[in-house]
Design a protein around this ligand. Sequence first.
Ligand code: NAP
Ligand code: ZN
Length: 350
Amino acid sequence: MYQAKAYSAAAAQSGLAPATITRRDPTEHDVQIEILFCGICHSDLHMVRNEWGGGTPYPIVPGHEIVGRVTKIGAEVTKHKLGDLVGVGCMVDSDRTCPDCKAGLEQFCPNEVLTYASPDRHLGGFTYGGYSESIVVDEHFVLSVPSNLTPAAAAPLLCAGITTYSPMRHWGVGKGKKVGVVGLGGLGHVGVKLAHGFGAHVVVFTTSANKKDDALRLGADEVVVSKNADEMRKQAGSFDFILDTVAADHDINAYLDLLRRDGNLTLVGAPPKPLAVAAFPLILGRRSLSGSPIGGIAETQEMLDFCGKHNITADVEVIPIQKVNEAYERLLSSKVKYRFSIDMASLKAE
Ligand code: NAP
Ligand code: ZN
C-alpha cells in the first residue's frame, strides 16, 4: 500500500478539501497510473452532495474521467506498458463471468465496481476516484488513449464520451437520421460532436440562448431554444432519436412530441427527482423512452479510437484542483464551456 494526495468530501455540504488516501500496490494484473487530468462530471456533483438518495459513503473522492501515464505494471499485465497514455472511466472491476460481462457489457454486471464510492474488494472501505495524483486499476478496465488527442481534452471522453456514444450506436444514429441533443453541457457537447461525426442531422435543444453559436460550431445543423414554444412546435414529429442529457427537472413530454413514429428518446441525464411522463405522446406514435448507462470496455475503446480518428475531444476549461468547489457552483448554473478538466499537477502544491 502507498499514500496518495487527493481531494475528498467529508459530508454532503462540506465541499471538497485536500486529503491523503491509501492505494494498493499493483497486483499482477494491475496498472498504476499517474493521473494527469480528470474531468468534472455532473455525476460527481450529484454524488458528492448525496442527491441521488443512494447514501453516498463519506469520505468520497470523486472523478471518473481519468487520463494519465502508466508508472508501474504487474507481472501479468499485457495490455499496457510503462509510459503509455491511458484512461479510466466509471468502472474499475466486474465479475467477468456473468452473461453481461461475457457480452462485453460490464456496465450491467451485478458485481460491477465503480471507480468511486463502490465497495473496494482489495482494501475494504470504498473505492476512491480520480481527483487524486494516482490510481491502481486492473488492466482490463484501463483504456488506451490515442496519442493525437490532447490529454486534458480527452479525459471527459471516458464518461461524457462513452455515455453519449453508446446509446447513439445502439439506436442507429448515422447518415439520414435526425437526432436531437437536449442540454449543451459536458455530455451534450460531446454528443453533438459524435452525432455529427456519425453523419446525422443534429439539432441542439438548449435553455441558454447564448450557447447558439457554440452549438453550430460544435457540429449542430440547427439550434432550438427550448423555452421558445414556436421553435419547438416546428420540430414536432420529426426526430428518429433524441438524447436527453439534462441534469435537472424538465418537461420530457415536450421532447417525446418531437419524435416521429417509432422514434426513441434516451435519457442519459439523471435528475434527482422523478420526471412526469404523459401517456399520450408515447402511445400516439408508438414511441419509446429508455435510458442508458455509460458503455462497456470494448465499446469505450472503440469510442476512443473513433475520437482519435476524427480528432474529437471535449472543449475544456483546465483548472487547478484548488478551484474545484467554485467549479461545482458554475456547473450548477450551466456556466462552463463545456467541461472542467482538473490539472492534477496542481495537487503537488498541497
Ligand atoms: P452538465 O454539464 O451540467 O450539463 C447539463 C446541461 O443540462 C446543462 O448544461 C444545461 O444545458 C441543461 N440544463 C441544466 N439545468 C437545466 C434545467 N433546469 N432545465 C433544462 N435544461 C437544463 O452535466 P453533465 O456532466 O453533462 O451531466 C448531465 C447529466 O447526465 C447529469 O445528471 C449526470 O449525472 C448524468 N450522467 C449520466 C451518465 C449515464 O451513464 N447515464 C453518465 C454521466 C452523467 P443548456 O444550458 O444547454 O440548457
Ligand atoms: Zn460521469
